[in-house]
Structure formats: C-alpha cells, structure tokens
Design a protein around this ligand. Sequence first.
Ligand SMILES: CCCCCCC/C=C/C(=O)SCCNC(=O)CCNC(=O)[C@H](O)C(C)(C)COP(=O)(O)OP(=O)(O)OC[C@H]1O[C@@H](n2cnc3c(N)ncnc32)[C@H](O)[C@@H]1OP(=O)(O)O
Length: 307
Amino acid sequence: MADAPVVDPELIVSHQFPEKTYSYTERDAALYALGVGACARDALDKDELKYVYHQDGQQSIQVLPTLAALMALGYTSELAHLPGLQFDQRLLLHGQQFIEIYKPFPSSGCIQNKACISGLHDKGKATILEIEVTSYEESGELLCMNRMTVYLRGTGGFSKSSHPYSYSKNPASKNLSAKIPKSQPFAVYEECTQPSQALLYRLSGDYNPLHSDPMIAEIAGFSRPILHGLCTLGFAVRAIIRCVCRGDPNMIKTISGRFLLHVYPGETLITEMWLEGSRVIFQVKVKERNRAVLSGFTDLNRLTSSL
Ligand SMILES: CCCCCCC/C=C/C(=O)SCCNC(=O)CCNC(=O)[C@H](O)C(C)(C)COP(=O)(O)OP(=O)(O)OC[C@H]1O[C@@H](n2cnc3c(N)ncnc32)[C@H](O)[C@@H]1OP(=O)(O)O
C-alpha cells in the first residue's frame, strides 16, 4: 500500500535540484527517432531516413527537435524523494510539455542540465507540479529549455479550498493546450502507432512501468499499458516537420502541448495542423476512439512564402 499523500508547498518550491548530465550518441538519436515512428511506414522514406542513417553521404544523422525532452528526463527520479512530497508514483501522469530550442542539436553530445521547481498548484483532486530544465552544451552554450508539468492524481487538497495554493514562475505557461480553429486544417497526417510502440520508446530513457507493465497500468486505471505522452508529442511534431516544414527539423523553435487523454499503443494518430503566421496549431486525435489526446502549438523559425 502506498503511503498517504503529503504535499508541503514551502518545502517543495524551495528545493534545489542537483545539476545533471545527459549524454547521447548517434545511436541514441536514431533509436529515439524510431521510437517516435520515423521510417515506420517506409524504410526508404526520403524525409526521414536522415534521422536514422547517414543518408546521401551526410556526415552525421539529423536530430529530431523533440529529443530535447530526453535531456530533462533525468529529473523524473528526483520526484520520488522530493522533500515535502509523498505520493503514489503509479498515479502520476504527464500533463504538459513546453520546449524552447535555441540551436540545432548535434548528433551526439554531453549536455549539462540545471533544474528548478517552476510551479505548484493545488487542484483539489490532484497536485500539478512544474519543473523547468535548462540544457547547455559542454562549451557552455545554451541549447534548449524544457518545462514539464506532472499531474499527481490523488494528491491535492493541501491548501484551503477557498484559496487554493498556486505558485508559478511563468504564469503564462498555465495552459499549454491550444484553441483549435473552426476552419479546415492546413494539413492532416495520419499514422499508426505499433502495439510495441511504448516498449520501443522506453529504450530512450523513460522506463516508467505504466508504459510496459499490465498490472501497474491496471492499478493506474488503464486497461493496458499506455503510450508515453512524449512519444505522442514526437509523432505530432514529426508530422508538422513533414507537412509544414518541408522536412527541415531545424525550423522548429518552440513546442507546446497538453496531454488531454491517454493513448494505447497500436492506436492510429491523426494530427491536424493550422497555420497562424509562423505558429502551427495542432491537435492529435485517436482515430479508433475519435477523441482528442493532445493539443498545442509550435512556433517556427522561418516559413517559406509559398505556404
Ligand atoms: C520531471 C519529469 C517528469 C516527466 C514525466 C514523465 C512520466 C510520463 C508519464 C506519461 O507519459 S503519462 C501519459 C501521457 N499523459 C496522459 O496520458 C494524460 C492525459 N490526460 C488526462 O488523462 C487528463 O487530462 C488528466 C491529466 C487526468 C486531467 O483530467 P481531469 O479530468 O482530472 O482534469 P480536469 O477536471 O479537466 O481539470 C482539473 C484541473 O487540472 C487542469 N488540467 C487538466 N488537464 C491537465 C493537463 N493535461 N495538464 C495540466 N493541467 C491540467 C485543469 O486546467 C483544471 O485546472 P483549473 O482549470 O480548474 O484551474
């Protein structure tokens, strides 16, 4: 039996995380690309072979921008012993992800990360915790920033319901979903995930048993293991790179998404995209259940005028 939840907001928000290193090789970047579905439909795919192979004699493989999220994953284990927080880890869900990319990612690297608690909110039935991780190359150059929101079910109610506790370092980041336009989308991209998708994706570093262990998934309230939210986000951003960025991963500047509902591995993802200036608003639906599972936006570095 898990201990009763404890949330001590003052202790949590004053916590200082240690700096952490994340190292990756070309093999890790290629494995990540396969984990988010690159080349799954076509191993000869001209737009995607570059993520897994030195296509056309290129010196190194190209890296998908959503790999940024892996740089911050090392802090997941910190949640288990965060002073002032006791919760049932099996009930944790990934709520939102915000990523800023400052330069294209090298195909391998040794990344230095600094992290802080950037938000904490009492939602009564849940606690929402935000962690901000800033990543630097070995040279000290700023590479990217991740802001992750975790939704801790079964906690919450630790402050007065008339005045629920809410702390945010970045108040604008409260809701990272997007207002979906009523117009027809600019592009729609449909892709099947594999029944083994989560088992492949986890090899990139997120070993939470919610995605692999049927018993843990059932305790967490699901009929079977669910897909990592960041895997769904990887599918969506790859669809945007294909349909809007003409295959150029370096056009992605920011990525923002809210996970609205779980995805089961094997389900079909339909990514709808709308263009608003240099912003792409997107929504991902699961075809089999006709439900929206993710919504958000990406800001692009530049957009070709013919779009
Ligand atoms: C340190 C690194 C951590 C990385 C984490 C790695 C672990 C990875 C785990 C996963 O990948 S889990 C799989 C991906 N995630 C999901 O599948 C979650 C899908 N979403 C849901 O199931 C639901 O949205 C929810 C999170 C269960 C919430 O639904 P619920 O019905 O309980 O919420 P509401 O009653 O609508 O809203 C209450 C309150 O919470 C706010 N809120 C709702 N959803 C989210 C969200 N996704 N992210 C952040 N906040 C959310 C909502 O706005 C309400 O607040 P107020 O508006 O009342 O202030």
